[in-house]
Design a binder for this molecule. Sequence first.
Ligand SMILES: *Cc1c(COP(=O)(O)O)cnc(C)c1O
Ligand SMILES: [Zn+2]
Length: 418
Amino acid sequence: MKYVKNYQCTLCDKTYTDFDLLTCPDCGEKGILEINYDYQAMKKEVNKDYFKNNKNMTMLRYLPLMSIKSSDYSTLKVGWTPLYKSENIGKEFKMDHLYFKDEGLNPTASLKDRASLVACIKAIEQNKEIISCSSTGNAASSLAGNAAKMNLKTVIFVPERAPLGKLSQLINYGANLIKVKGDYKDTFESSKIAIEQYNFYNRNAAINPHLVEGKKTVALEISEQLNFTNIDNVIVSVGDGCTVYGTYKGFYDLFNLGLIEKIPRIIGVQSDGCSPFYDAWKNNVDLKEAEENTIADSIAVGIPRNPVKGLKAIKNSEGFFITVTDEEILNAMKELGKKEGIFAEPAAAASYAGLVKSLEVGAINTKETTVVIITGNGLKDQVNALKNTKETFQISKREFEMKIKEELSLEKFLDLIN
Ligand SMILES: *Cc1c(COP(=O)(O)O)cnc(C)c1O
Ligand SMILES: [Zn+2]
């Protein structure tokens, strides 16, 4: 917080130094704020030595780059997830510099923990005991988990279609849960009414600018894990647009601090069954409401709440949007699992499907350094993961013994069970 210079409205550009604001007073809810920092002052503290001497191996190691006052809380261990160099898929595509950032290994198993932890800290800073949000699942489950650890209460709105994995997390983290009969839009509107009525702390990602500042730590980490060397492409899936913007913002910060020489191209992946960002970007028009027709529930967002920042991430980094089909997403889940040992939920595997598509159309060069962010764990949505089931070999013990007695070679045995 000490290096926050001002808040700036992404619609009217007006700046504010009232740091309790959540949105622009002139533009209302659509006036989402950007948090600007004084990089000249920050530079004196945040340099390569700062990272070398920093013993906090959570996202809170980036405190001076964030919009919270202190990191002095007992929290879940969010962040510092592994960045794996891909050996198998990398070899297949002849990419020597391909990496996977596995955000599914966060405490509640998605990248959303980075935003939820910040929301909990901001709520404590503002003396609020109840935090509320609407969510397709991960924002909710991560808020419930982080709040539980920090002794805060939550009131959470989810759409009917929220996958069981995420619902079961919510229930066991002790959230006060409201299932809204309808889609995500109805869910969001319902949460708004409650937040206004009861003055809950608002963890609706797009509206609350601090959440992007939490999500950006994924980019800070990726860069630090690669020793601040040049990265050409970072691929991430897009729903509301906060994650993709957070990714951009992290690199933007490091660039302004002189720690990296260039900002990578940010590549946003959407499902072709719900692609409002892609459509707007491709046709150079404003975002229009889209259908929510995809298995990737975490990015099935028909009315993205952060259109300005989401588009800005792609435009400012000279990246692009790309869409993938549900079939490509399911295939990506299987490939990631089989070849890298990473189990991703559909929205998380979408980024890898986006890499495959980008290579197919020649939008990414195999010589470039590319990082694919896997935003959430596959255990969250087993129903969709099971769609990749092929017929499992079934046999009784007696038959099995007989087969083995036929002295099958190992090769024949593997053929038999496959
Ligand atoms: C929320 C989420 C996204 C997309 O983030 P937005 O900020 O909504 O664009 C992608 N993947 C997973 C797993 C998510 O939970
Ligand atoms: Zn404004």
